[in-house]
Design a protein around this ligand. Structure first.
Ligand code: COA
Length: 428
């Protein structure tokens, strides 16, 4: 079976999380991703949050699978020459440097089009054009500027960021879609184009329902928010909604047996209208089925908190898995709060390749998240991340046809690195 993106070559100038998430996805789908790193330095995340001295961090390894790594200083004359040849040989360049870095390197979009008009030039930036376009941005800053933080957390608490990396990994996902779309378009136009995914825009796209609520708020209270039932007036902006569901079916996180000592002994419980009668029977409140105060979704809206308190008295008598076991056959949508430990140990996620164990020459075995997007005819296998400069010689000779003497010359002035340790370890 062939990989879906086999034959596509990506020049990967990305670092940290957002850009690497994008190129890792493309690599999983079979693209040849050549990661360019600074000689002797590499992607900063190789050394960040290290758990083993001198070994590439999990931060790096878990974002850079299936790629090749070369070291190249794109600021020396020789380095620029090699980089230009790589631009000629690739289909896509991806970068997430601070604004203006590619221009300062001497590779503006205009220059790139001259070098290779078919090349797609894809970037992650913090912001699109406007007052903040020159700003550097990290995950949580984008969660704040994209509307997520102001709408996350509890009403009586401060704005809150979420653990899901919606700004970095989320924008990387958006960018990957932009790249494959531009590749598809190039089939007809024969031309590359500029692809930009701004982190603020990516976060806002994921917070679309909160902008929906902002506009609904102008026409009256948001009745499905539990603050409505609690009699707390709304202000002029979409409020933080705690664990309220963002849709039309009320939901909340409820305690289960063991909650006093286990921080994850909870379940998300949705009072879907279609199964209201079954919920009433299950929790021992069959009279609510006929009671006009509870029988319809509209009648329940101002009692949502009280209803969930009653359901919680029932869920507290069982473990989250026992609640799930009862609710599932009844068609009541709910989801136990799974800890990372439980997820890491879940056999079904191993079987589908969503959680994968990978072997690494200096780290040994570690767990990672495999490709979450499954194609029926183009399965993804997860290959370990490259060591710094592990493929420099291989890529320069195979892709650019450089001779061993040319490569040795480029090493003498530091334009490419001499990471012999990396290649030696990798060869073992
Ligand atoms: N050869 C020579 N120079 C290189 C190089 C190479 N192979 N790779 C990188 N560099 C240089 C860049 O050209 C830049 O130089 P300059 O400042 O002279 O232009 C320098 O390294 C640093 O790059 P920069 O992107 O500014 O890194 P930083 O560590 O200062 O900032 C971020 C990091 C993430 C804040 C910034 O890159 C950014 O805002 N990126 C866009 C948004 C983003 O993706 N954020 C999320 C990251 S997960």
């Amino acid at each position: 079976m062939t990989k879906a993106l086999e034959g596509v070559r990506i020049l990967d100038m990305t670092h940290v999380q957002s850009g690497p998430t994008c190129t890792q996805l493309l690599a999983w789908f079979g693209a040849d991703v050549i990661k360019v790193e600074r000689p002797g330095v590499g992607d900063a995340t190789r050394g960040q949050l290290r758990d083993i001295e001198g070994v590439d961090s999990l931060y790096f390894t878990m974002l850079n699978h299936n790629k090749r790594s070369i070291t190249l200083n794109t600021k020396t004359d020789k380095g620029k020459e090699i980089f230009t040849k790589l631009l000629e040989a690739c289909d896509v360049i991806v970068e997430n440097f601070a604004p203006g870095a590619m221009d300062r390197m001497g590779f503006s979009w205009e220059r790139i089009q001259e070098i290779n008009p078919r090349l797609i030039y894809a970037s992650v930036k913090g912001f699109g054009p406007g007052p903040y376009e020159d700003c550097k941005v990290y995950e949580n800053a984008a969660q704040c500027t994209g509307g997520a933080a102001s709408t996350t957390g509890f009403l009586d608490g401060p704005p809150m960021v979420t653990g899901a990396q919606i700004a970095d990994s989320g924008t990387g996902l958006h960018l990957a879609l932009g790249i494959v779309t531009a590749l598809y378009h190039r089939e007809q136009s024969g031309k590359g184009q500029r692809v930009l995914a701004a982190m603020q825009d990516g976060v806002l796209n994921l917070c679309r329902v909160k902008l929906r609520d902002q506009q609904r708020l102008q026409r009256g209270p948001l009745k499905e928010y539990s603050q409505h039932g609690q009699g707390i007036p709304f202000g002029n902006a979409t409020p933080r909604a705690g664990n309220d569901s963002g849709g039309g079916q009320p939901g909340w996180i409820l305690k289960c047996k063991g909650w006093e000592t286990d921080p994850d002994a909870y379940i998300y419980f949705i009072t879907q209208a279609a199964v209201w009668g079954k919920i009433c029977d299950a929790i021992g409140k069959p009279e609510w089925k006929e009671d006009a105060n509870y029988a319809t979704p509209d009648a329940r809206l101002d009692k949502i908190s009280q209803i969930f308190d009653t359901i919680e008295e029932w869920t507290k008598t069982m473990t989250k898995f026992e609640v799930m076991k009862i609710c599932n056959p009844l068609g009541i949508p709910c989801g136990p709060i799974l800890s990372m430990k439980e997820i890491a140990e879940e056999p079904s996620l191993r079987e589908t390749g969503t959680i994968v164990e990978v072997d690494h020459p200096t780290r040994g075995k570690y767990l990672t998240v495999g490709n979450p997007i499954k194609l029926s005819d183009s399965p993804s296998d997860v290959k370990r991340s490259p060591l710094l400069g592990e493929h420099t010689n291989e890529v320069l000779s195979e892709v650019l046809g450089m001779s061993p003497t040319d490569i040795a010359d480029a090493k003498t002035d530091g334009s490419i690195g001499d990471e012999t340790t990396a290649s030696t370890i990798a060869a073992q």
